[in-house]
Design a protein around this ligand. Structure first.
Ligand SMILES: NC(=O)c1ccc[n+]([C@@H]2O[C@H](COP(=O)([O-])OP(=O)(O)OC[C@H]3O[C@@H](n4cnc5c(N)ncnc54)[C@H](OP(=O)(O)O)[C@@H]3O)[C@@H](O)[C@H]2O)c1
Length: 320
């Protein structure tokens, strides 16, 4: 039973799982322009790895729409240190929310995967059809396997039960409320943190992981949030949808850009004994572009916004 598109969000109850996270908060900001009713259940009141709690909450609250942006998320270091936790927790959250949504008769579910679901060696830009055609990047295999299971669950509930569950595969994201924990962060907050600390300490150089050579694509999280709402309203199919900016930059150039924004005047050194991760990862965004969405925020502008946000947060926590 194919749904009528575009989906009308007014009078629908919408639950953003992961509402305190970087993506969840951006989706809530984007939903302020819509007419749906937001219902809330942050991690502090609902642990999505707990099956019974999740099923009971979904059964009692019966949202019409779920945006599944809850996950255990981290950079290369965190993924390598805790592969079991990345696989187990993300698998449990995907299974509990997706099966729970089915039991609670949720009308539409948008599941967030990640571009790391694609094989380590893949033709660039990476099309959605590349999924499961080769071995995964070993440094985040657990996380990627869990994300693949989540998107397959969406496909199979659609096939077997006619559920309108869709999935989006965002590229590397950045924005306010990113994780600035030195041990767990992704590349952009990790660099902002390092250059900012080095500026304060008056250091002569900053040492970064890897060779600086890999190419990466980045998407501003508020652009992603607009795209997710667009997808929710206008897409109903089993194939996942890539979401990226279409722009790539080397880690070295990114480091230079962040160094300049932060105002650090020392040098940059790369520690090539540390892993680089995949050498290049650019998504083919034709499908989402054809659906009428494209990223708008230029990387340098977005990075300035994030640095301003980081400074305002650090000043607020110092003042508290
Ligand atoms: N960040 C990226 O670059 C990126 C790229 C591609 C895809 N994605 C995907 O986008 C989604 C959101 O990522 P994000 O960057 O927003 O991550 P994030 O900032 O770490 O947010 C994760 C959210 O999930 C919640 N959560 C974690 N464990 C939970 C549990 N057991 N029960 C309930 N809630 C739990 C967190 O709550 P607490 O903070 O309270 O624990 C937080 O609200 C994820 O699916 C991720 O795979 C992210």
């Amino acid at each position: 039973m194919p749904p009528n598109l575009p989906l009308d969000l007014s009078e629908k109850s919408i639950w953003v799982a992961g509402e305190t996270g970087m993506v969840g908060r951006a989706v809530l900001r984007a939903l302020e322009n819509e007419e749906g009713n937001i219902i809330s259940a942050p991690h502090s009141v609902l642990d999505l790895t707990n099956q019974q709690q999740t099923y009971e909450w979904l059964g009692a609250n019966k949202p019409n729409i779920i945006i599944m942006a809850a996950a255990k998320v981290g950079g290369i270091g965190a993924n390598m240190a805790e592969p079991a936790a990345f696989l187990h927790e993300n698998l449990a959250m995907a299974q509990n929310v997706i099966h729970g949504a089915f039991q609670a008769d949720v009308g539409k579910l948008l599941y967030l995967g990640s571009s790391c679901i694609y094989p380590k060696i893949a033709e660039q830009p990476i099309k959605e059809e590349t999924l499961l055609t080769g071995a995964l990047e070993p440094t985040n295999e657990g996380y990627a396997l869990a994300k693949i299971a989540g998107l397959k669950l969406c496909q199979f509930y659609r096939e077997q039960h006619g559920c309108d569950y869709i999935s989006a595969m965002p590229t590397n994201l950045y924005g306010s409320y990113d994780n600035f924990d030195a041990e767990k962060s992704h590349v952009i907050p990790a660099m902002i943190l390092k250059f900012h600390q080095a500026k304060i300490n008056g250091d002569k150089e900053v040492v970064l992981w890897g060779t600086g050579m890999p190419l990466r694509e980045f998407l501003y999280v508020d652009d992603l949030a607009q795209g997710l709402i667009h997808l929710l309203k206008n897409y109903s199919d089993s194939s996942p949808v890539n979401m990226g900016s279409g722009q790539e930059i080397s880690i070295l150039d990114l480091a230079q850009m962040i160094k300049n924004i932060v105002g650090f005047e020392g040098g940059i050194k790369f520690d090539s004994s540390k892993p680089d991760g995949t050498s290049r990862k650019l998504l083919d965004n034709s499908k989402i572009n054809d659906l009428g969405w494209g990223a708008e925020t230029q990387l340098e502008y977005g990075l300035r916004q994030v640095y301003e946000w980081y400074i305002s947060q650090s000043s607020a926590s110092l003042a508290a």
